[in-house]
Design a protein around this ligand. Structure first.
Ligand code: FE2
Ligand code: FE2
Length: 163
């Protein structure tokens, strides 16, 4: 088996701005009783999105999916500070990181689409919809002690293990 090289995703992982934001987010969410937005969540989103795409026969470029997953919650710190939804608050930050990582404009557009899609279900079988679902399926709501206080609608919650 030939391993896929995730060139862009690994550049993002080592990007100074990315690391700074993720460190700040980790510190700020330390006492959070609800889901956190850490690197484990990002990687789960990428892996589940790739599995869902395979299952549904949707072509997906792994590096683009992993890059989008790493960046999809990057606006969380800004949301905590100024109340702007994080898929919007993170747009400029994601663009700056992607540019620093040498990501070409067309791939940046595809990544920004996925970041936007993670908050908005499409309803059609598409890469964007799989990314949206992966973000929800990465959460173990069925085992969450904060279920009663969570503001997620029931249809978003992952209440059983699914394949
Ligand atoms: Fe999010
Ligand atoms: Fe997320």
């Amino acid at each position: 088996m030939i391993a896929l090289e995730l060139l862009l995703a690994n550049k993002i992982l080592n990007n100074t701005t990315y690391r700074r934001e993720m460190d700040a987010l980790r510190t700020s969410e330390q006492g959070r009783i609800f889901c956190r937005h850490d690197i484990e969540h990002c990687l789960s989103v990428a892996r589940i999105a790739m599995l869902l795409c395979m299952e549904h026969g949707i072509p997906a470029d792994a590096d683009t999916v992993y890059a989008a997953a790493l960046l999809h919650d990057i606006g969380r710190m800004a949301e905590y500070t100024n109340g702007i939804p994080h898929q919007i608050a993170g747009k400029q930050l994601a663009a700056a990181i992607l540019t620093e990582c040498g990501c070409p404009p067309r791939q940046q557009d595809a990544i920004q689409n996925l970041i936007a899609a993670h908050r908005q279900p499409e309803g059609t079988i598409s890469l964007e919809q799989m990314f949206y679902l992966a973000d929800k399926r990465s959460r173990s709501c069925f085992a969450c002690p904060a279920q009663g206080a969570c503001n997620w609608e029931n249809e978003k919650r992952t209440m059983k293990i699914e394949v």
